[in-house]
Design a protein around this ligand. Structure first.
Ligand SMILES: [Zn+2]
Length: 125
């Protein structure tokens, strides 16, 4: 199998423990000095554009104690790269973040360091 499948692919859902390790890896890669929290919330806590509760959401908010990635479903490596790029570069547009996310996922798929990070974090189930 190709290298990208070594971590279940960028779209594979991560356990909370793996999501934490990927976040730490990205924090080092992006040279972010502050901690980034992950917090799972219920869809019923999220109100959509039309004022209807029950919307899925993955997004970063700047809380008093630093950035926090809120999510209504299990995170993927791609989600984390995307949100961490928003944290690192708040000035970028959504399109620019998407382009950088794709480039970073490419690099990570080839990076032995990243695969080791995931291996140490245990099975993906
Ligand atoms: Zn975004």
């Amino acid at each position: 199998m190709g290298e990208t499948t070594a971590f279940g692919g960028p779209g594979a859902r991560l356990t909370p423990r793996r999501a934490r390790m990927v976040t730490e890896y990205l924090r080092r890669q992006l040279r972010l000095s502050h901690q980034v929290r992950l917090e799972r919330i219920s869809r019923w806590q999220v109100t959509g554009e039309h004022g209807r509760p029950g919307e899925p959401l993955i997004g970063v908010a700047h809380e008093e104690d630093g950035p926090c990635i809120f999510h209504t479903r299990a995170l993927t490596v791609e989600d984390l790269v995307h949100e961490m790029l928003h944290v690192r570069h708040p000035e970028l547009s959504e399109d620019e973040v998407n382009a950088r996310t794709a480039a970073m996922l490419e690099r990570m798929a080839r990076c032995a360091d990243f695969r080791t990070t995931l291996r140490k974090s245990g099975p993906s189930t």
